[in-house]
Design a protein around this ligand. Structure first.
Ligand SMILES: [Zn+2]
Length: 140
């Protein structure tokens, strides 16, 4: 049995027309409909990717740029804010991974993923990149 993409009633596997609503069943429409139908609406909010991005920006702008400059100007060891931002970058990477994992679990359970995968990848990639720049240019 398959489901009619128009009226959502069950119809025999090989039917060309739906005998409930009379509409023609084309493969593409059917596959698209069943794919969307398989995933239920997800009430659980996956905000890990947003937390990851937030931590990344706090680390880069708040600690690397602003505090790094301020500490330098007033003569305190400017490496301190870079140490803190490195920790934030590591946390941001974990948040990105948590976001992707939560989405995978939701999909497995049949729910639509709610974490933004693009945000998650940006948080991970940018944190790794800026973290490495920090490590090689400032800390070492
Ligand atoms: Zn139908």
């Amino acid at each position: 049995m398959k489901v009619c993409p128009y009226c959502h009633k069950e119809i025999p596997e090989d039917s060309k027309f739906c005998y409930h609503c009379g509409k023609e069943i084309d493969r593409k429409g059917l596959e698209k409909a069943s794919k969307e139908q398989r995933l239920k609406k997800n009430s659980r909010q996956n905000i890990w990717s947003k937390i990851g991005l937030f931590l990344f920006f706090v680390g880069m702008i708040g600690f690397d740029f602003i505090l790094g400059t301020v500490f330098n100007a007033i003569g305190i060891n400017p490496k301190i804010p870079y140490y803190v931002s490195s920790i934030l970058y590591i946390l941001a990477i974990f948040c990105g991974i948590a976001s992707i994992r939560t989405d995978q679990q939701d999909k497995k359970r049949g729910y639509q993923p709610t974490g933004n995968q693009k945000y998650a990848y940006v948080a991970i990639c940018m944190s790794v990149f800026i973290g490495l720049v920090n490590l090689t240019q400032v800390i070492l």
